[in-house]
Design a protein around this ligand. Structure first.
Ligand SMILES: Cc1cc2nc3c(=O)[nH]c(=O)nc-3n(C[C@H](O)[C@H](O)[C@H](O)COP(=O)(O)OP(=O)(O)OC[C@H]3O[C@@H](n4cnc5c(N)ncnc54)[C@H](O)[C@@H]3O)c2cc1C
Length: 442
């Protein structure tokens, strides 16, 4: 059995992304001694800010939705005023094809599910027949159950629900790629349905879009670090854990270079590739490690283009159909007027294009859509090759629980069995759950 947590044998959390931070805050709130070890020089992991010259941007534009209840409650727990840090908008989808609007959908101010009904009934860019089919699919959602063994692709589900090619490419495909970061032909219908249920079948506010007004590191990592420091937790940066000491009674310690840190419990809040590397040499962890190898990775590319400060979108975010660019965010929301963040999710031809070519192609697409914009003056391309795991059909069969076969060793991260795709919410929910599992053993 693991030791009871104490100053000498704390709970060691490996990784200071949003999952690790959530674990640490939850344990700290229950006065459990905690050390958080992060290999990088900053917290935040895959959701952090970076500096480029005099500009601070995010490693990728992030969007939060009202259904992220664990994340929003963690933010409140560490003292963040949600109204100050987010621009909250009712569900709105605005898509362009070239220089023409191709879809406009906005939830009216009605209680759920009437807000969704209104959004679809009054959507422009969808034929009456397609709107009816979308409504039928929406009505069926609450009773739709897909088991992990019976999982199919989102495309197969939409075909079986007689959704037309037009509504798939204009509505469902952009939603699927934005939330699951996986192409519809492969994406898991089970996870997609879960996202649709959590977003659209709960309260009206769950489908709200929350656009960060602050850079990502200020949104959660810094307030969490302050909370942890105030509550006497140790947060150490630049500490790469290279090994786990495990014996017959469970996990004993972690190694950081030549240092050994004793632990009562260890939470691996590292990306799945690293968790696998740390676990694979231990006999009891062979099966879970082998499963992690099957999760795969999907990229997300973000291109920042700086225009003159007067340049603006008609709203904070706009979608694109039929080109390389998928979404454009106006960073005026973050007090960066004239800066546009263009997001390209999942795999695609853009991965093989040199940076200059991709930048030129995307800038040319924007020039078609907004002919009166001036030329951009500066650009920054960020390719996150391992942005998320691949939410492909059947993936829930191999996502691990928070507990492992080794007593005292736990997993936290967006890839664990939360039923959600790789999102901030999945990371935080997993972190809180791993902390609660430890608390339950005390
Ligand atoms: C470009 C991009 C755009 C995204 N957009 C969205 C979005 O709009 N909405 C949304 O909800 N989600 C989005 N996501 C997904 C979201 O960012 C992730 O799901 C989430 O940040 C994962 O958090 P995590 O804590 O599970 O993992 P990570 O953030 O990967 O955290 C793991 C941490 O462990 C550290 N670490 C690794 N190895 C070691 C070691 N050996 N020792 C110590 N520490 C170690 C890492 O440095 C890292 O800080 C996006 C992701 C990317 C990359």
């Amino acid at each position: 059995m693991p030791e009871q947590p104490s100053a000498e044998y704390p709970v060691v959390i490996v990784g200071g992304g949003w999952a690790g931070l959530a674990t640490a805050v939850e344990l700290c709130a229950h006065q459990v001694p905690v050390i958080l070890l992060e290999s990088a020089r900053q917290l935040g992991g895959r959701a952090r800010s970076i500096r480029s010259g005099d500009m601070i941007v995010d490693n990728g534009q992030h969007l939060v939705i009202g259904a992220y209840r664990s994340l929003l409650s963690l933010m409140e727990q560490v003292g963040i005023d949600l109204q100050q840090v987010f621009l909250r908008l009712p569900l709105t989808l605005r898509l362009f094809q070239g220089n023409k609007p191709s879809l406009y959908l906005k939830a009216p101010c009605l209680p759920a599910p009437w807000h969704l009904l209104g959004a679809i009934v009054f959507a422009t860019g969808l034929s009456p027949g397609d709107r009816l089919k979308a409504l039928r699919f929406g009505r069926k959602l609450s009773t739709l159950r897909i088991t992990s063994n019976g999982d199919i692709s989102v495309q197969a589900l939409l075909h079986s629900e007689t959704q037309s090619p037009a509504i798939i490419s204009r509505l469902w495909e952009p939603l699927c790629i934005a939330t699951l970061n996986t192409p519809v032909a492969e994406a898991s219908a089970r996870i997609f349905v879960r996202v649709l249920k959590e977003t659209f079948l709960g309260l009206r506010k769950h489908s709200d879009l929350l656009i960060p007004k602050k850079e990502l590191s200020d949104l959660l990592p810094r307030p969490c670090a302050e909370y942890l420091e105030l509550n006497k937790a140790r947060v150490e940066m630049g500490q790469r854990v290279t090994d786990l000491s495990i014996n017959d009674s469970g996990v004993q310690a972690v190694s950081v270079r030549r240092r050994t840190i004793n632990a009562s419990h260890v939470v691996l809040a590292t990306p799945h590739v690293i968790s696998r590397r740390l676990m694979s040499r231990h006999k009891l962890l062979q099966e879970v490690s082998a499963n992690l190898a099957g999760l795969g990775n999907e990229p997300i590319t973000t291109l920042y283009l700086q225009y003159t400060p007067k340049t603006r979108l008609s709203g904070p975010v706009l979608g694109f159909e039929g080109g390389l660019s998928q979404w454009v965010f106006d960073r005026r929301v973050c007090n960066q007027p004239g800066l546009m963040a263009i997001v390209i999710s999942a795999r695609g031809n853009h991965e093989n294009m040199p940076d200059d070519e991709l930048t030129d192609r995307v800038a040319a697409e924007l020039a078609v859509s907004f002919p009166d914009w001036p030329a951009h003056t500066r650009s920054l391309l960020i390719r996150e090759k391992r942005a998320t795991f691949c939410s492909r059909a059947g993936v829930d069969r191999i996502r691990p629980a928070n507990s492992t076969p080794v007593p005292g060793l736990w997993l936290a991260g967006d890839y664990t069995a939360t039923g959600l795709p790789a999102t901030l919410e999945s990371a935080v929910r997993s972190g809180v759950k791993s902390a609660q599992a430890i608390l339950a053993t005390l």
